[in-house]
Design a protein around this ligand. Sequence first.
Ligand SMILES: *[C@@H]1O[C@H](CO)[C@@H](O)[C@H](O)[C@H]1NC(C)=O
Length: 350
Amino acid sequence: MLVSGRVILGSLAAAVHAQWHHGSSIDFHSILDSNPLTLVAFVAPWTAPSKSLASEWATAKFQLTYPLVSIDWTAEPSLCTAHKVHSYPAIRLFHVPDESTRYGGPRKASAIVSFVVRASLPAVSEVNVKNITDLVGIDRVTVVAHLKIDEGSMRSKFTRVAEAFRNQFVFGIADDKRLAQKEKIEFPSIIAYKTDVGDQEVLHGAVKRSVIESFVLEAGKPLIDELTRRNELNYMSSHELIAYIFVTDAADRASLRRKFHPVAKQYKDCVNFVTIDGIEYGHISPSLGLHRGHYPGFTVYSAWKDQVFPYPAVKGIGADNIEEFLLEILHGKRAPWNPAGAGHGQHDEL
Ligand SMILES: *[C@@H]1O[C@H](CO)[C@@H](O)[C@H](O)[C@H]1NC(C)=O
């Protein structure tokens, strides 16, 4: 009941916001001329991807102080051709008229907003103990180098890495003894703050640029990623267990990722945690021992041995319970689910 109630509310809210207010080519040029950054969506309004972008676009527009303009391809075909737009929707960020960056991330308001905010910042922002929180928290991952002013070589290496990855992460530099004490680190050190899961990684000492680069990329990878058509094969071909967290809304996904993060980190060498959309992938949940529609749900699968271990839904999904459950599987103390056994594995019939 709760789940279907939420789905209905969600789609009503989307329907209310899902209105495009397209600009003309005259609007387009005058807005670009008078703003340092303008985000433009070129859309083909009758197509499903353009329709589903409408509510995300409206939400992003509400959250950003920079202008967002949408252009209807049917009304302004020559404008689309002039900007080499060949597939729809296409999102471009215009820095100055005619200089634009393609947006290739998820077509979700939060990702679009982060992209524009990152673009509005310098490649590296100076921070201190008083204002570091203004920078950390803008995005999922913020990388801050804690360096003394005379550590010129580390500074220039870090800046080059920041320039290369500024489209993905936020970067800062701090030369503040009090902040270093607070973080319990020595100069020089680099900290990757992962605000979405409340964790951080530290790289100590003066290192080569390639080491900084690998650190940033590794820290930037979500430990609990979302399973999509694009990455599912990587998980399926792995010998490690896959721990599926079935969810249907963004708030559940965010809170369960945060809750499971410490367990996922501890067992990352033998278990891959993923979140999975219970609506898009609902059809596979019965084969993983879960009742379709009863989400959030948790189940563990070994692609290697083709064994399923559904988590009994009568128990609460807490980090401690999950760890105990995983250890039982890893130590061979839990029998795999047997679907032929008249649904014995489906523990959640209440
Ligand atoms: C933090 O404060 C310093 C010193 O006042 C300033 O130079 C810097 O731009 C500020 N950083 C941010 C992100 O506001």
